[in-house]
Design a protein around this ligand. Structure first.
Ligand SMILES: *[C@@H]1O[C@H](CO)[C@@H](O)[C@H](O)[C@H]1NC(C)=O
Ligand SMILES: *[C@@H]1O[C@H](CO)[C@@H](O)[C@H](O)[C@H]1NC(C)=O
Ligand SMILES: *[C@@H]1O[C@H](CO)[C@@H](O)[C@H](O)[C@H]1NC(C)=O
Ligand SMILES: *[C@@H]1O[C@H](CO)[C@@H](O)[C@H](O)[C@H]1NC(C)=O
Ligand SMILES: *[C@@H]1O[C@H](CO)[C@@H](O)[C@H](O)[C@H]1NC(C)=O
Length: 333
């Protein structure tokens, strides 16, 4: 079995007007589902992105959405909301996941999700693109994290660790100051505006299938950090030093270990420098854990119950925008 999760936030920028076949395809689908045709001669439906087109108002729980040529951008500012856009073989859920936000929190976070109205993506399991704009003042030291906006792999988990053969990842993300998507990450500007966050995969393992799918009950939390901005976002066990390292396709990850307040074993592989793009199989970051001695490490018969990719929002002086122009996760059995 193969799971492929593709995200492409560049899609909005692709001019769609060129191909008659594509236009017919979208309109045929819309017609079949009782929607009005997109491509009428009102001169209002052929813009690539941005303003114009038909506004469909707040659909599916979002606070506002705009549709152009069958591509819909919906904004979700709710603290927690499972966004599972309809698609052929739904395999992902997006969530703003503002779990650390309270009445006294100063700041806000919104997640934008880009979907195709025809529900047909480039490949069967393609996920919508997304970006997250946020700003929070520093929280109390007891609860410094405000949110973990993320995309989560659905349907195929739990999987026994030993039953997997590969976890191929093809990733490009960016972080920038302001309310728009940055084409690349300029670390000095992020530091100047005091951004405190990370960019990471968050996985949960347990010997019990059900517990593996519960981030509170799972015995192991295994993370892969691609970036770490500011000193607030620190892997548990950083001060004790790295236990070991692993280099995958040119990127070196250091392993830090410890336990959190929920007594879960937290094992964090942290890229030694900011890694905006990564292509490779990260399964060795899981299998290497079995070779280490101690009760804090999982074994090959444990299950992976949760696989998420996102950013832990601590604080920032200004609005920042995280975007994921490319994400493909291919878990192979
Ligand atoms: C679905 O919509 C997207 C975006 O408009 C388009 O690129 C794609 O070709 C469409 N697929 C089909 C099968 O019509
Ligand atoms: C970002 O900044 C604008 C003002 O420029 C503000 O209206 C908005 O609410 C801020 N936060 C988010 C999450 O977009
Ligand atoms: C998110 O969506 C809102 C509402 O459509 C829009 O104003 C904003 O520019 C979008 N942000 C990004 C980063 O695309
Ligand atoms: C996880 O387990 C806790 C404690 O038993 C329970 O309260 C919570 O509802 C569970 N969460 C999910 C998503 O099942
Ligand atoms: C290693 O990374 C490069 C891009 O930096 C990519 O083209 C190549 O396919 C990757 N190799 C593997 C084995 O994934």
């Amino acid at each position: 079995m193969a799971l492929r999760l593709l995200v492409n936030t560049g899609l909005l920028a692709i001019p769609i007007g060129g191909s008659v076949g594509t236009l017919l395809g979208i309109d045929a689908h819309r017609s079949a589902t009782g929607q009005p045709p997109l491509f009428t001669s009102d001169g209002n439906s052929n813009t690539g992105s941005g303003s114009g087109g038909d506004s469909t108002g707040g659909g599916s729980g979002g606070s506002g959405s705009t549709t152009n040529n069958g591509v819909t951008n919906t904004q979700y500012c709710q603290s927690s909301y499972g966004i599972s856009p309809p698609s052929d073989g739904q395999l992902y859920t997006l969530n703003p996941n503002q779990w650390g936000v309270t009445d006294t929190t100063s700041g806000a976070l919104c997640m934008n999700v880009t979907t195709y109205n025809n529900e047909t993506y480039a490949t069967k399991q393609t996920a919508p693109g997304f970006s997250v704009t946020w700003q929070f003042d520093p929280g109390p030291s007891t609860q410094p994290v405000h949110a973990f906006p993320n995309i989560m792999v659905d349907n195929v988990l739990p999987i026994e660790l030993d039953k997997m053969t590969k976890v191929d990842l093809d990733l490009h993300w960016t972080y920038g100051i302001g309310n728009t998507v940055a084409s690349s990450t300029v670390e000095s500007t992020l530091t100047a505006d005091n951004l405190q966050t990370n960019v990471a995969i968050d996985m949960f393992f347990d010997s019990d299938k059900t517990n593996a799918g519960n981030s509170t009950l799972a015995k192991y939390e295994v993370m892969v950090w691609f970036a770490d901005f500011g000193s607030a976002a620190q892997p548990i066990g950083l001060s004790a030093g790295a236990v070991t390292t692993k280099t995958l396709n040119g990127t070196t990850f250091s392993l830090y270990t410890g336990t959190n307040s929920a007594k879960q074993n937290v094992l964090s592989w942290v890229a030694t420098e900011t890694t905006e793009e990564f292509t490779g199989d990260i399964y060795p970051l899981i299998t290497d854990l079995y070779t280490l001695t101690g009760d804090i490490y999982p074994s090959n018969s444990d299950y992976m119950g949760i696989f998420q990719f996102g950013t832990e929002a601590f604080s920032s002086d200004k609005n920042v925008t995280f975007s994921v122009p490319k994400l493909s996760i291919d878990i192979q059995k």
